[in-house]
Each structure stands twice: as structure tokens, then as C-alpha cells.
Design a protein around this ligand. Sequence first.
Ligand code: PMV
Length: 329
Amino acid sequence: MTTYTAKAHTNIALLKYWGKADSQLIIPTTTSISLTLDEFYTETAVNFDASLTSDDIYINDDQITGAAGQKVVTFLNLVRQQANITDFAVVRSNNHVPTAAGLASSASAFAALAGAASAAAGISTDLTDLSRLARRGSGSASRSIFGGFVQWQRGNDDQSSVAEPIQQIIDWPIQLITVVISDQPKKINSRSGMQNAMQFSPDYPAWVKRTNAMVQPMQQAIQNHDLEMLGHMAERNALEMHAQNMMANPAFNYLTDRSWTIINTVQKLRREGILAFSTMDAGPNVKIISDPKDTETIIHALRSSVPDIQYQIATPGPGITIQQGNHLS
Ligand code: PMV
């Protein structure tokens, strides 16, 4: 069969997905909103081949087996089931999400895999269908199908739990400065982290309510190009997500002393009139939502608190692209 290559960019949630209403289908408890990033992406080529006796999976030229390989095989099984085929596949994936950025690559990885595998298997590559499929690999991957600001509608079943674009062309100044605290894999993966918070934080149902109540105002802030309102809501929602982890039993925590130093520095910058806001995911790195014109001031302030700081700047990025053939770069 024919090889197809897909390219998908990673995304950062401004309103978080942190818990599943259905863990089999990956239906979230909250509607989430994200920004797709230009600088970090995954390219994946897939070819189903009748002569293979198992799936062959390579990430950055290394053959992947074990649990990570199994996740890909499970995903390919879904595609095979939908396409009504039994052929195994060769999957080659190149990650342009530098480990040093400490960003999760599962969003771009499963979005690209959904795109390339669907095209190669001859099933629908309609963007809503791809979002629905990508969601089954990793919840956040549902959002990486689209560019710009994206909303993953929580929905209540497989059909309705899909992402859609809110604003694809972003012609107003917004960027994310990713401050690298650690490039080590996270100790508690997002799957068990969110499950613990959901099960044991007494505040969790209220967090879900507060998050879902923020969907409309955050959409409005995006429509109004209101960085201040968007940033305030994103920071609050992220801190409240991490509070759920600290309220779990036993409590756990992704944020380190360094993360808090950065968060405090960002809050101090705000008191001085700079629009900068923090958001954090299932790891210690802090992403600072800001206006590109303030980069120098922000970096200077960060350097005074943590002198050896490492960072990467990311701007809004596009949705998935799929091409026939092997186009891995
Ligand atoms: O898609 P997953 O299973 O890696 O979970 C992502 C969870 C967060 O990154 C913390 C939040 C989000 O909405 O992306």
C-alpha cells in the first residue's frame, strides 16, 4: 500500500484537560482550550504492508518496543479495525520537539500518527475524524489536528468528543516562553496523575465546574485579543490543576522549587505592569504566555532569579498536513 507522511505540531493547554469521564474512550471531564505551537512538531510516515509479520516502529531512527511500542500498536489496531484491514505497518516518526524544551511530544506524535495511518489505510482524513481518532492515542492529541487556538469539546461519547478551531490565523501578539526546569521524563505520567487527582482530591468536582465555566470567557478573551484576560484565566486554571494534585491522597506534585521561583517571578513582573502569565503541565517546566515585545524584560527578570536559565520561544502554529509518499526531513 502507499506511504503517507503527516506533520503535526504540539500544543499547550490554556484551559486544562485533567481527568477522564471515560478512560476507555478518553472522554475528558472538562472542555479544554489550547494553542498549537509552530516550533515543535512531529513528522510520521506510515505504510501498511502485507508482507510484514508485526508492526515496525521507529522514532528518530530507533526501533521502539515495550510499553511505548505497545501504545502505537494499540492505536494501529484501532485504525486497522476502522479500515477493515489486517496488514501490519512500518511507522517512522521524527520528533522535532527537542527534549531540552521539556515539552510533551505525545500530542503532536499521536496527531501525526492518526493523520498518516488514516491516509495510508484509506480511511477518512476529515479533520474532525482525525481529531476523534487522535484523541484515542493521547487526549491532548485531539487538539493538535488544528492550528492556532483550539477547543476540545468534552462531549459525552466517542462521536461528540472532538476538537475544533477557535481562531486559526493569529494576527495579534502572543507567544509562549518555555522555561526548561528539567528535560527528564516525568515521574508520574499524566494518565496516573489525572486519575489520582480525580479520585482523591475533594475539590476535583468543583475544579471541573470552574474549568468548564471558564470556556466561554476564554473564548471571548481570544476573540477580543485580550492577552490580559486570557493569561489570568490560564494561570489560574493551571495553578488550580496543580492544586488538585496537592490535594490528592497521597499528595503529589510536578512543580519543583525552581518552577515556583519562575511562577513567583512572573507574578512579580505582572505587579510591575508586564503582561506575563504562567502555565504548567504534567512536569516542572513553566510556559510563560506573553507579548513578544516584552521578551527581553521577561528574560532579564528570569535571569536575575535563576541565572543559568534555559528557554525556548514558541509562536502560534498551523494544523496537520498530510502528503503522499515519504517526506520525513
Ligand atoms: O494528552 P495527555 O494524556 O498527555 O494529557 C495531557 C494533560 C495536560 O498536558 C496536563 C493538560 C492538557 O490539556 O494538555
